[in-house]
Design a protein around this ligand. Structure first.
Ligand SMILES: C[S@@+](CC[C@H](N)C(=O)[O-])C[C@H]1O[C@@H](n2cnc3c(N)ncnc32)[C@H](O)[C@@H]1O
Length: 420
């Protein structure tokens, strides 16, 4: 299988592999370990590498990954790389030149190193902004020894090569770690993250105080593996940011909320306008109280993606037992979660995914197992941690339905400590 180099955006590090794996699976790869080896955790006081070498069936698959993964900044045809072993970067460049010179004929041909068409060589460093002069020095390191054939063309070259240096973002990381030599994929002539910028919350027509960030919404939709032909549901829809993301990837959506002001709030600023803004079909919305186990309990949803209410900004409420006295009463956060899990277990198809957010106190050892509620039909697949403050984190939990619900199955509450 051809080899590619992924350059990740240096944000939401915990979400990288869950998102990549989900999109690989959407592209028909059953066992993602055939594509890449999970890198070891970065040693203390070093930055986790944004580079990953992967094996993929074709450029078309690479293009699909670049077009869908929010956290992929670039994907290149991998040519070779060198592990920098000393503080002397010229020694590392000498090693890289040796590696390029000794490439087997088929790899040289594949990388079009001897082609007569036009080319350019771009230079980038993760962890340091290089001046023009520094970029030129690095270009010279390569072009003097590797005679790239054809003419240089800066604006529209037929082949674009890349020298990608890796340092790190911590002040202590001043020496080079690796240098990659790679080539842009011919078929990727668009900027993969255009759709992400288009979704920016600040450009959204209808938002509220708990609107989920657009990047996280798109990542959640990816991890939930939504796509054309799938049905996605957000039972706490709010301003529908998670469903907008799911619809962007082609899912048929349905949403519900105890509060329906989003449907008729004010002219030109409703949930429906958020979908219209991106030319996406507007889903059906239903006013419901999740505690009442809304919607028929049959497995028909492929994905449930949501940000449940916990009380900090959007209080959880449920219909009261005595509506004449008071229509709503407090809905305990731990009950919201146990209800959500049972509700999801009944309505997800087998292998369907539940992706949801849970806010809790920061654990100094990064151990959150005992914070996560369980259900016999749902297996925990990923727990991605987002640090909010020193004291608070948000866990993005992915569960997959592994068996149908038995009549005596119930959710088990966790020792949830939401920290307020
Ligand atoms: C954190 S907000 C969701 C925000 C949403 N993801 C967005 O981007 O706007 C939680 C939502 O749950 C709703 N909610 C609270 N209690 C509920 C209940 N019992 N059943 C259904 N929805 C409920 C609230 O009205 C609120 O809109």
């Amino acid at each position: 299988m051809p080899t590619y180099l992924i350059y990740f955006i240096h944000r939401y590090l915990d979400f990288r592999h869950p998102e990549l794996d989900a999109v690989l699976e959407l592209n028909g790869i059953v066992d993602v370990s055939t594509c890449y080896e999970l890198p070891e955790t970065a040693p203390k006081n070093t930055t986790h590498s944004p580079f990953l070498i992967v094996n993929l069936a074709s450029d078309a698959v690479a293009q699909q990954l670049a077009a869908r993964c929010v956290l992929i900044k670039g994907i290149y045809q991998y040519i070779t790389h060198t592990q920098a072993s000393s503080e002397d970067s010229s020694a590392s460049y000498a090693d890289l030149r040796r590696k390029i010179a000794s490439l087997p004929w088929d790899l040289r041909k594949n990388a079009m190193l001897d082609d007569e068409s036009t080319w350019s060589l771009q230079v980038d460093c993760f962890g340091k902004r290089l001046s023009l002069q520094e970029q030129n020095t690095r270009r010279d390191e390569i072009t003097e020894a590797v005679p790239l054939c054809g003419d240089i063309h800066l604006k529209q070259p037929a082949r674009t090569y890349w020298l990608l240096e890796e340092k790190g973002i911590l002040p202590s990381e001043v020496t080079l770690k690796r240098i990659f030599f790679a080539k842009s994929l011919n078929i990727i002539r668009f900027h993969g993250r255009d759709f992400v910028d288009k979704h920016q919350i600040k450009k959204r027509k209808f938002i509220g105080p708990t609107t989920m960030d657009h990047e996280l919404s798109l990542i959640m939709a990816n991890i939930a593996k939504v796509g054309p032909g799938t049905i996605a549901c957000d039972p706490f829809v709010g301003t529908a940011s998670v469903l907008v993301a799911s619809a962007q990837f082609g899912a048929m959506c349905v949403g519900g909320d105890i509060e329906m002001q989003g449907l008729y709030r004010k002219e030109n600023s409703t949930i429906a306008h958020n979908f219209e803004q991106y030319d996406l079909p507007c889903p059906d919305f239903i006013q419901w109280d999740l505690s009442q186990q809304a919607m028929c309990p049959r497995p028909f949803l492929d994905a449930i993606v949501c940000d449940p209410p916990y009380g900090l900004r959007a209080g959880a409420r449920k219909c009261s037992a005595n509506p004449k006295k008071k229509p709503f009463e407090v809905y305990e956060p731990s009950h919201v979660l146990t209800d959500l899990l049972h509700w999801a277990a009944l309505r997800l198809v087998l292998q369907g995914r539940l992706v949801y957010v849970l806010a809790c106190k920061t654990d100094p050892n990064n151990e959150y197992d005992d914070q996560i509620p369980r259900h016999p039909s749902l297996k925990v697949l990923h727990v991605c941690v987002q640090n909010i403050t020193q004291k608070l984190v948000r866990l993005f939990i992915t569960m997959v339905k592994v068996k149908e619900v038995a009549s005596n199955d119930v959710s088990t509450a966790a020792t949830l400590d939401v920290g307020w």
